[in-house]
Design a protein around this ligand. Structure first.
Ligand SMILES: [Zn+2]
Length: 442
């Protein structure tokens, strides 16, 4: 394939033309260039690979362009080009420079400023694929090269959407996936990519994000002195064993070789660990046991709720490390009383300074995890007094255990005391005390 040179023109379907600027990168399927159309900057992916059925691939992409992206997290194909030099390409928006490649985050070239941003990006990745699957589409090639993440706020962009195909249909780009991300049934050749194999790849992405390691790379991998194709088939296809499978200790991470999962896994609450166990132990053999995106979303919102920040030094503290009812001691020397919780329909949120409420907590039936509706604050003059500040724009109504109820307008504060009932616009909650010995969750 001859590469385009700067200044060369590529004709788009419909008559416009694009001017080549620079080569941005190269992958298995093609080359990505920065281009300009009517002076405006875009990216062009130009295919250098051979297609089994080029017409079907083009037709699928034309349909995706007509239907548009599932939401604004996708760098979706915008225009296709005419055939030129025996191939073709498509135009998409350029990645803004504040978005980093996921692989750069995994190799620590780029780091998140806080655990909250790791969770926010996980939520956004999950929600992006939720939107895609809700439209009846499957991604088919989910791996660490498909995301860009803004580590400052957890925003994400999903790229390489050219293999997106209606669920159940094989993509005509003949893509099976990237080793390490493919579901075992694809590795074994018993299934084509679909939305359930996407769910496996998604769980791998999340595991890598939280534990910085491959979920199947443990003792068995280390024992295979030389990783051959046959050996990969065995470890990732025929006999995959999750490194933290509670019922199979054959493939545990190895001390001195796999420090990340050994250090990170124990930090997370049991409900996150269980989600990975379900995805990788049960879900390896039974694709229907893999967690769907809406389940992941609930788990990640809950994880964000349980992540407390020391009001004094700003260190992250996962509440699960403190026995229920006991004092929370931070490494900086400050201590805090064990938080009461706000029991809501779907969540049970610890009331600790800095914890935020989102629309998914305080608006019934809503799963919006980005709109802040309240925040737990600490009284500056008396740090032992904590309250929930109403930031929802709605009026709430509180009823203390003994005493008159009253309206809590936007900007006002609800005192955090046990047994106080709170009526939000569409749902209700009650402040409860977690007794010692209880997990704190229903
Ligand atoms: Zn501290």
């Amino acid at each position: 394939m001859i590469e385009f040179k700067k200044g060369e023109e590529v004709n788009l379907l419909g008559g416009a033309s694009a001017k080549i600027e620079n080569k941005l990168g190269q992958g298995g399927q093609g080359i990505v260039y920065s281009i300009r159309i009517d002076g405006k900057p875009y990216a062009l992916k130009w295919y250098t690979c051979k297609f089994k059925d080029k017409d079907a691939f083009r037709k699928n992409m034309e349909r995706n362009i007509t239907e548009g992206p599932p939401d604004n997290k996708f760098l979706w194909p915008l225009f296709m080009t005419n055939e030129q030099n025996g191939s073709f390409g498509y135009v998409m928006n350029l990645r803004p420079k504040e978005y980093s490649e996921f692989s750069d985050i995994l190799n620590k070239t780029v780091e998140f400023p806080s655990t909250e941003m790791v969770i926010n990006s996980a939520l956004n990745i999950v929600n992006g694929f939720r939107s895609l699957h809700r439209k009846g589409l499957s991604y088919q090639d989910l791996n660490d090269g498909n995301f860009f993440i803004n580590v400052k706020n957890g925003d994400i962009l999903i790229c390489d959407n050219d293999n997106v195909t209606p669920d159940g249909k094989k993509n005509s780009g003949n893509i099976g996936g990237k080793p390490g991300y493919m579901a075992p049934e694809i590795v074994c050749g018993t299934s084509h990519p679909n939305s359930l194999t996407d769910c496996h790849s998604l769980a791998v992405i999340l595991f890598k994000l939280f534990c910085r390691h491959d979920p199947l790379m443990g003792e068995q991998y280390v024992k295979s002195v030389c990783i051959t194709e046959q050996c990969e088939f065995e470890l990732y296809g025929k006999n995959p064993i999750f490194i933290f499978d509670p019922n199979n200790a054959m493939n545990r991470p190895v001390k001195g070789v796999h420090p990340n999962p050994i250090k990170l896994w124990p930090l997370y609450p049991d409900f996150l660990q269980s989600a990975f166990v379900k995805s990788f132990a049960e879900g390896m053999k039974n694709p229907n046991a893999r967690l769907p995106e809406n389940e992941w979303q609930k788990i990640l919102v809950r994880l964000r709720d349980e992540l407390l920040e020391c009001p004094s030094c700003g260190d992250d503290l996962f509440l699960n490390h403190f026995p229920a009812g006991e004092t929370i001691k931070c490494g900086c020397g400050h201590s805090y009383s064990y938080p009461l919780r706000l029991a809501l329909e779907k969540y049970n949120v610890p009331l600790f300074p800095g914890v935020k409420f989102y629309a998914c907590h305080t608006r019934g039936g809503n799963d919006d995890y980005t709109t802040v509706t309240g925040e737990v604050i600490m009284n500056k003059n008396n740090p032992s007094l904590w309250g929930i500040k109403n930031l929802s724009g709605d009026s709430w109504f509180m009823t203390p255990e003994n005493g008159e109820g009253k309206n809590i307008e936007n900007g006002s504060i609800v005192p955090i005391v046990a047994n106080l009932e709170l009526q939000f616009k569409e749902t209700a909650g009650k402040i409860i005390k977690v007794k010692g010995g209880q997990s704190g969750y229903f």
